[in-house]
Design a protein around this ligand. Structure first.
Ligand SMILES: Cc1cc2nc3c(=O)[nH]c(=O)nc-3n(C[C@H](O)[C@H](O)[C@H](O)COP(=O)(O)OP(=O)(O)OC[C@H]3O[C@@H](n4cnc5c(N)ncnc54)[C@H](O)[C@@H]3O)c2cc1C
Length: 376
């Protein structure tokens, strides 16, 4: 079988990966010379901790397993099982962590409540002020800026994969010999199945194929520092992440929200702290969430000031210089309990988009499910 995959972000790349694994030939078409969308701009967090119980958690856990296996075969993606810590300071924060630990699925996530001293054994860089921490052993990380390229090299080595960069797919055509897509060079690419993984580009071709897509766009601000000069052995989140991730919803979170107002800047920009160390020692730190259109075209400074304050309070030291600031946009199902929007838009043509803020985490399992459903 010949599979045409459109879009070389993580979702497209993982569909190509599963197709090649199952012995098929893949033609992968990308508008840019290499992908430059959400898949490169993210934290690279393979984030299990806050997932909603049920399908979302099952998908994340399966994906975590797949990432680990792929990481063993393609070391260039930088997979590491670093886990995460959420430092806690107040009784209401502690109560949310305790409620998370009481969940039936807590063992599957590898949750543990640690004292500050125990947390510092796992991550000695956390020399700041906190009394306890929620540990999630299943969280992991990859290097988003290079993972796609490393996977592409591995796919090229299979001999079953070709990559066509700098070509925007403009049209889907049904022919006698299967499906075809036409790119903006006027070339036709024919296959048995077409998988469109076009990310947050919801206009143009995607609007023509699926006019009422139940997917919205979300914009985030991020930053990266110079090398820290010491390991940050685990990923780190702050208790604002409890307000954001569905696993923490419940009475304890309601009590936290009632007793402890979010910092006004964090509330205005719908923020949480997530932080992970890059392979070069720098820290990727975020994030904000913007839902209203039109999105700002510039990055606002206020949220960065807030993040620096929060991080320095956990590290107990000044942050290294901020070297990069950027924004990224992802597509999210409007029913955010859905892991992804997978829709047959023409005979043999599938659109897979909208994994939201968990797309990097879940992509290998989402693509595996597509492959299973299409009986590749
Ligand atoms: C700042 C930020 C931080 C995030 N952090 C995390 C995280 O830590 N963990 C996590 O799990 N998720 C995270 N996410 C979400 C995750 O990054 C996305 O869900 C995921 O990358 C989406 O992948 P994708 O392949 O669908 O889209 P993209 O990476 O955007 O790729 C789509 C590709 O399709 C191409 N394309 C579009 N239209 C066409 C066309 N017509 N022809 C050819 N090519 C086309 C585009 O050029 C693009 O390269 C984050 C997202 C952002 C923005």
């Amino acid at each position: 079988m010949r599979v045409i995959v459109v879009g070389a972000g993580v979702l497209g790349t993982m569909h190509a990966w599963h197709a090649v694994e199952r012995g098929h030939e893949v033609v992968h078409i990308e508008r840019e010379s290499e992908a430059r969308g959400a898949s490169l701009r993210n934290f690279g967090q393979i984030w299990v901790s806050g997932r909603a119980g049920g399908e979302e958690l099952d998908t994340a856990l399966r994906a975590r397993e797949l990432w680990e296996g792929i990481g063993a075969r393609v070391p260039g993606i930088g997979f590491r099982a670093n886990g995460s810590l959420t430092p806690l300071r107040t009784a209401v924060e502690l109560a949310v962590a305790e409620a998370a630990l009481a969940r039936e699925d807590a063992p599957a996530r590898g949750y543990k409540l640690l004292t500050a001293a125990e947390a510092r054994v796992l991550n000695p860089a956390l020399r700041g002020d906190f009394t306890a921490a929620l540990w999630c052993e299943r969280d992991a990380a990859v290097e988003p800026r290079i993972a796609q390229l490393a996977l592409k090299e591995a796919l090229l080595a299979s001999g079953k994969y070709s990559f066509l960069g700098g070509r925007e797919v403009r049209d889907v055509v049904e022919g006698v010999h299967g499906r075809a897509v036409r790119d903006d060079h006027g070339d036709l690419h024919t296959g048995d199945t077409v998988i469109l993984c076009t990310g947050a580009w919801l206009g143009g071709l995607v609007r023509e194929l699926a006019p009422d897509l139940p997917v919205r766009r979300v914009r985030l601000q991020m930053m990266q520092t110079a090398p820290l000069g010491e390991p940050l052995a685990t990923s780190v989140a702050d208790p604002d992440s409890f307000r954001y991730y569905p696993a923490y919803a419940g009475e304890a979170l309601d009590a936290l929200n009632a007793a402890q107002a979010q910092d006004p800047i964090a509330a205005a920009h719908k923020m949480q702290l997530l932080m992970v160390q890059r392979a070069d020692g720098g820290l990727t730190i975020g994030d904000t969430h913007e839902y209203e259109h039109p999105f700002a075209f510039d990055v606002a400074e206020e949220p960065y000031d807030h993040l620096v304050r929060v991080v320095e309070s956990y590290l107990g030291r000044p942050l290294p210089k901020i070297q990069r600031r950027w924004a990224g946009v992802y597509a999210q199902c409007t029913d955010s309990s859905r892991v992804v929007h997978r829709q047959q838009v023409r005979n043999g043509v599938w659109l897979v988009t909208g994994p939201g803020g968990r797309g990097m985490t879940c992509s290998p399992a989402i693509a595996e499910r597509t492959a299973n459903e299409l009986e590749w």
